[in-house]
Design a protein around this ligand. Structure first.
Ligand code: ZN
Ligand code: ZN
Length: 167
């Protein structure tokens, strides 16, 4: 069945909205990878990935750029805003979109860890650190003046990604 006739189980995309994707089946073996390559690829302590069969995945807006992080691995990202969008092995039936780029990432919980040899020694304690909501640390005047250019967490028609003026 063509993707256009299927109902997505999940949708997502990059921060600027130039690239969007859909999953037509629930992801399996959702995991966090702490390996050094994934740390670099997302600029963070680990990546969160939601494997799905390629046949159940489609880019629905735009085309991502691709970096070959090894002879076997590819990593897709938005060439405009840099959002890491997926990881896959070239010889695998699966593609692994990044959970943070999903529209409803809270519904995609990991069941396994990979790459634990490179896990940051401070990761386990991080959730116990003192915390504040974003709202709490931004002054009222600044909150009023801010303009959000991030694509919303749902499908949009006729979305134009914001581009800063050159100069
Ligand atoms: Zn983008
Ligand atoms: Zn990894």
């Amino acid at each position: 069945m063509p993707h256009s006739e299927r109902t997505p189980v999940h949708t997502g995309g990059c921060q600027c909205g130039a690239v969007r994707f859909a999953l037509y089946a629930p992801p399996e073996n959702v995991h966090l990878c702490h390996c050094r390559m994934c740390q670099k690829a997302v600029g963070g302590p680990f990546v969160a990935l939601a494997p799905v069969r390629r046949a159940d995945f489609a880019w629905t807006r735009g085309t991502p750029a691709t970096f070959a992080s090894s002879s076997l691995a590819r990593r897709d990202f938005c060439r405009d805003c840099g959002t890491p969008l997926s990881f896959y092995y070239t010889d695998s039936e699966h593609v692994c979109p990044t959970i943070g780029s999903f529209d409803r990432p809270q519904e995609v919980a990991p069941v396994r860890l990979f790459g634990i040899e490179s896990r940051m020694p401070w990761v386990d304690g991080a959730s116990a650190l003192p915390g504040e909501a974003t709202e709490a640390v931004m002054p009222e005047a600044r909150k009023k003046s801010i303009v959000n250019y991030q694509h919303p967490d749902h499908e949009t028609a006729g979305w134009s990604p914001h581009r800063p003026a050159q100069g």
